[in-house]
Design a protein around this ligand. Structure first.
Ligand code: PBG
Length: 330
């Protein structure tokens, strides 16, 4: 006799499949990364990120309105800083009329209810392309953390709802949390890049912001002294636990596709919202394969995104957010 349970009954047609589907993607899942540049009328495509753009502030306005209309209510801002404003200490990051500060105000101005998160790290401001201050060839921890706290205050003053430290210095969440409290920003949240790996998947992002570590004598050529070793799993739990203890509201795993085990571990272990970042290299791979006709773009986009949510992501930072929402709203 056949088994009483035939699992295929629940897969017979789309109606029954959608009825019992466990993971549903909605616009509420997404955090939309946005790249901002100086200038006017600029919408330039990033070479290694097809159909993804850097916007000047005037065109950022339209983009933000578009996102809002689609039901996308959270953005994550990154700025491309002109070379002449870069130094070792990231001084420009504290400029209250700097590009990031103006970008925050621009978004809030056109769309007051849009949740604005900002990237907090030195790399776009660093002449060396590192996330921290360099002394004698070493990325120094504590001075960098102090600086990131000042940067966070500057973003909070400009109107950011959340700061998102992406640097992986030790103790920076506590330093930032204390500074926000002391300076009168108790409601400004922190989304910590808690388990951020020293990954090769960030290449296209560094093209987008021109922020790759420089190739100079006595300057570290990679970020392995602060970002995590890709081989480590337990360490991700330690990092995340510390960030939560230090006051992180949301924690993050990054990159996404190759780190679903870490995402699930963290989701199971902790009770704060967990974000995942499907990073630039993941986006680029999918675009490239689709351009060649080797993979179906939309299906891969939906499959990978569904996998993040299934693996435990409460928040998905994705360059596909707009495309996905257009597809599911159709
Ligand atoms: C900067 C930062 C990076 C990313 C987000 N914030 C690059 C890096 O750490 O080198 C990567 C995002 C992506 O690849 O999409 N600290």
């Amino acid at each position: 006799m056949y088994p009483l349970r035939r699992n295929r009954r629940l897969r017979t047609n789309e109606a029954i499949r959608s009825l019992v589907r466990e993971t549903i993607i909605t616009p509420n899942d997404f955090l939309v990364p946005l790249f901002v540049v100086e200038g006017k009328g600029i919408k330039e495509e990033i070479a290694s990120m097809p159909n993804y753009f850097r916007y000047s502030l005037d065109l950022l306005e339209n983009e933000v309105k578009d996102l809002w209309k689609l039901g996308l209510k959270s953005v994550l801002l990154f700025v491309k800083v002109p070379d002449n404003l870069k130094d070792n200490k990231g001084k420009e990051a504290l400029n209250k009329n700097g590009l990031m500060q103006r970008a925050i105000k621009t978004v809030k101005n056109v769309c007051p209810d849009m949740l604005v998160m900002t990237d907090v790290a030195l790399d776009p401001y660093s002449m060396y392309g590192h996330d921290g201050i360099i002394e004698n060839g070493v990325i120094v921890n504590d001075d960098t953390a102090e600086f990131l706290a000042e940067m966070s205050i500057s973003h909070a003053k400009a109107g950011a709802n959340f700061v998102a430290p992406s640097d992986m210095m030790d103790g920076r969440i506590l330093t930032i949390r204390e500074a926000l409290e002391e300076e009168g920003y108790p409601d400004t949240g922190i989304m910590s890049y808690s388990a951020k790996y020293a990954s090769a998947f960030y290449g296209p992002f560094r093209d987008a912001l021109d922020s790759a570590p420089v190739d100079l004598k006595d300057i570290p050529k990679d970020k392995k002294t602060y970002q995590m070793d890709v081989a480590n799993r337990h360490e991700a739990l330690r990092e995340t636990e510390m960030d939560i203890d230090e006051g992180a509201d949301i924690v993050m795993v990054k990159p996404g596709m190759a780190y679903l085990d870490i995402l699930r571990d963290i989701k199971n272990e902790f009770d704060v919202p967990v974000a995942v970042y499907q990073v630039s290299g993941e986006y680029a791979m999918i675009k490239a394969a689709a351009e060649k006709g080797w993979l179906n773009h939309d299906q891969i986009m939906m499959e990978t995104t569904t996998a993040f949510k299934r693996a435990g992501a409460d928040v998905i930072a994705s360059y596909f957010a707009k495309d996905i929402v257009k597809l599911i709203n159709r």
